[in-house]
Design a protein around this ligand. Structure first.
Ligand SMILES: [Zn+2]
Ligand SMILES: [Zn+2]
Length: 136
């Protein structure tokens, strides 16, 4: 009763084609017909290149360098080296969204910052108190 066989029986034309860089792909004719001619391999290479460039830019700002050659996706591990020679691994998204660069340095900076602010706060309050007294 249900004519499901005629639906699934359609021929799916798979075509082999290659992009200007010579990457061979098998793609459904429909896929190409919809205008998706962009080669996924080329696309992936471009994306990797873009991620690498972004990391290099960050490295230039933070000081240090990117040790990983390939950054496959947002979650793939990235090896970094900071200006102090600490090596660490993080993910691309960690660098981009969380600003993770060198965990060792970050910890030290945080500790220093905490220390400084406590000392500064004490100094400030002392100075402030002294100043207040002398000004009246
Ligand atoms: Zn290609
Ligand atoms: Zn470091």
């Amino acid at each position: 009763m249900m004519a499901s066989d005629s639906e699934t029986g359609q021929v799916s034309n798979t075509l082999r084609w290659h992009c200007s860089e010579g990457h061979q792909r098998d793609a459904k004719f429909d896929y190409l017909k919809r205008g998706n001619r962009w080669c996924p391999t080329c696309n992936e290479m471009l994306m990797q290149q873009a991620r690498k460039t972004e990391l290099r830019d960050t490295a230039a700002k933070q000081g240090g360098k990117v040790l990983s050659e390939k950054i496959r996706d947002m979650k793939s591990e990235v090896r970094l080296e900071c200006t102090n020679g600490h090596q660490s691994s993080t993910s691309f998204s960690g660098v981009r969204y969380k600003g993770t660069w060198c965990p060792s340095c970050a910890q030290k900076t945080r500790a220093n910052f905490k220390h400084l602010t406590t000392v500064d706060a004490q100094k400030a309050s002392e100075t402030h108190g002294g100043h207040l007294l002398s000004s009246t």
